[in-house]
Design a protein around this ligand. Structure first.
Ligand code: FE2
Length: 283
């Protein structure tokens, strides 16, 4: 069956048809999938029945994998887990969470923006979806940049922004915690507008959860511009919101998308298996 790519929304994303990861994907079909990914920034493969090794092998075809254990000393772990698969879940065993990011909403962000070489991409394999809530929203940062007024573009082009993150903070209001515990924070400076290393297109590269300030601007001006950009990024026209089903394998590009998790009741069970692709320094 030939590979197909059907748009998921006007904003971004494509659902891939004709691909069964467990059965194997040959090089020509993979090239079609990779091309759809670069074009759409997000790809979804439904109804995939794969184990962790198969997820890792498929993920590694998109680029070098990043071990999930960068924060291994900060998160609850089990011994002997696959070093590339992080459990994103609220499941507990013996009174402790077995994974990370267990609860509720997570504001818009880009995975790993707070380190020198941020993650290029993230893949989630949905094992247990919620019955309601827990959707992931994605914002097209190419489109967000393109739609900015020329005057605002000229104020941010060539500027850099400071990003910071503490692993268990999921809301921008946690910024106070970052200021009071500066040693516990990963932080990095990157261009406010980055060029995608494959497509060459420009994308906004700031977000509500992790971006602290635009470097070199008076604090008031930095705060005002970022407030405008954060609201702009979350304009519905730039957003695709994904409702998860068991068996979904979804890969998104952190270099040109921001994403957020919607709230869900603590009575729901949610389990995702996450892997990440290493990126290069933004320019
Ligand atoms: Fe994330």
């Amino acid at each position: 069956m030939p590979i197909t790519a059907t748009p998921l929304s006007p904003a971004l994303g494509a659902e891939i048809g004709g691909a069964d990861i467990a059965a194997g994907i040959d090089d020509a079909d993979f090239a079609a999938i990779e091309s759809a990914w670069h074009k759409s920034a997000l790809i979804l493969l439904r109804d995939q029945h794969i184990d962790e090794d198969q997820q890792v092998a498929f993920g590694a075809r998109f680029g070098p994998l990043a071990p999930w254990s960068r924060f291994a000393d900060k998160v609850p772990t089990e011994g002997g887990r696959n070093p590339y698969i992080m459990l994103v879940t609220n499941i507990q065993e013996n009174g402790a969470y077995i994974g990370t990011l267990p609860e509720g909403d997570i504001e818009f962000h880009s995975d790993g923006i707070y380190v020198e070489e941020p993650l290029a991409a993230t893949m989630l394999h949905c094992i247990t979806p919620t019955t309601h809530g827990g959707e992931t929203a994605f914002a097209n940062m190419y489109a967000a940049y393109d739609a900015l007024p020329a005057g605002l573009k000229s104020r941010i082009d060539g500027r850099k922004a400071l990003h910071a993150f503490t692993y268990n903070s999921t809301r921008a209001t946690d910024n106070e915690q970052r200021k009071t515990n500066p040693d516990d924070v990963a932080r990095c400076v990157h261009p406010v507008v980055r060029a995608h290393p494959v497509t060459g297109r420009k994308a906004l590269y700031v977000n509500r959860l992790m971006t602290q300030e635009i470097v070199g601007l008076p604090p008031d001006e930095s705060r005002d511009i970022l407030a405008i950009l954060f609201d702009h990024i979350e304009t519905p026209a730039f957003i695709y919101e994904h409702r998860w089903r068991a068996g979904d394998v979804l890969l998104w590009d952190n270099r040109c998308l921001a994403h957020a998790r919607r709230d869900f009741p603590p009575t729901e069970t949610r389990l995702m298996k996450r892997l990440t692709i290493q990126g290069t320094r933004p320019f």
